[in-house]
Design a protein around this ligand. Structure first.
Ligand SMILES: Cc1cc2nc3c(=O)[nH]c(=O)nc-3n(C[C@H](O)[C@H](O)[C@H](O)COP(=O)(O)OP(=O)(O)OC[C@H]3O[C@@H](n4cnc5c(N)ncnc54)[C@H](O)[C@@H]3O)c2cc1C
Length: 259
């Protein structure tokens, strides 16, 4: 998520304290939206439950992962969702996972809906094997992505249906290390824009992102879609007068493991 530098004139709800405990029951786990996704993955692995071990390195909450259908290393959270508790039009409803569209970093949840928690259906497996797969994903992430740097994860989606990797293509365009003010194309992974210093500005990151999109369009004839969500000062999904490109965009099986 990238928030505009200007003053925001709307209410933002934090789910940080909406976490409680993850409640395991056989292969099911009920968890609140504010619960840490990495922690959930560790707790599931400890109980010999597979299905989310590839997501252990994604920083964020269960709610954020549900909203964006977070995924990595061949798994997506939407694949294991039995139901989601949603505050919708003034009521709390239990929405079956099968009624949600789980697309590539996009879901059918609507603006203004607050996800309160979910019940996931995992699968029993050998705890040692789950831990081994988790460790492998962690090592791969560690060696291919910047760590300790400020970023929003992958900035752009991979071109849908193409099997292409946006990060690799930006790298091949020679843009690693390119800078606009406080924002830099990560020298480690070219689909990450990292920012430096306390005074870093969203405007710098966005200017750099637009430069990448422009060059990508020129060199490959492809319009890159943003993977990050924008919070504009006036309303969601608009930063610096630009609209977010987060609606839809390809099927979930077009993801890349390096996401
Ligand atoms: C280093 C790094 C690596 C990453 N790697 C991956 C990866 O491999 N795969 C992948 O899929 N993603 C990856 N991401 C992106 C990641 O999915 C998101 O950053 C994370 O899931 C967002 O969770 P959050 O709790 O921080 O949500 P936020 O960033 O706070 O919010 C994200 C969006 O979801 C909405 N939202 C959040 N919680 C709720 C809720 N309870 N109800 C309604 N709306 C809500 C927000 O309004 C916002 O629009 C990575 C990010 C980083 C920084």
């Amino acid at each position: 998520m990238l928030a505009d530098d200007e003053e925001h004139r709307y209410v933002v709800l934090s789910t940080r304290e909406v976490k409680g405990e993850a409640r395991f029951d056989g292969e099911r786990v009920a968890v609140s939206a504010g619960f840490s996704l990495p922690r959930l993955c560790v707790e599931a692995a400890r109980r010999g439950l597979a299905g989310i071990e590839g997501l252990g390195g994604i920083p964020g909450t269960v709610g954020g992962a549900l909203w964006m259908n977070a995924g990595a290393y061949g798994q997506e959270i939407g694949q294991v969702v039995e139901s989601v508790r949603v505050a919708r039009e003034g009521r709390v409803v239990e929405v079956p996972g099968s009624e949600v569209s789980w697309d590539y970093r996009h879901t059918s949840f609507r603006e203004g809906e607050l996800l309160l928690g979910a019940t996931l259906r995992l699968r029993a497996d050998d705890p040692e094997q789950i831990k081994a797969r988790m460790e492998e994903a962690k090592q791969q992430r560690f060696s291919t992505q910047p760590h300790g740097a400020r970023s929003a994860g992958c900035f752009f989606k991979n071109p849908p249906g193409s099997g292409l990797s946006t990060g690799r293509m930006i790298d091949e365009m020679g843009m690693k290390g390119e800078r606009r003010g406080s924002a830099v194309v990560s020298p480690v992974h070219a689909n990450f824009i990292v920012t430096e210093g306390e005074g870093a500005r969203a405007g710098d990151a966005l200017a750099l992102a637009e430069e990448i999109r422009e060059r990508f369009r020129r060199e490959h004839g492809i319009e890159l879609e943003y993977e990050v969500e924008f919070w504009g000062a006036e309303g969601k999904d608009e930063v610096g007068g630009m609209e977010s490109k987060t609606e839809g965009g390809g099927l979930s099986d077009e993801r890349k493991d390096e996401d």
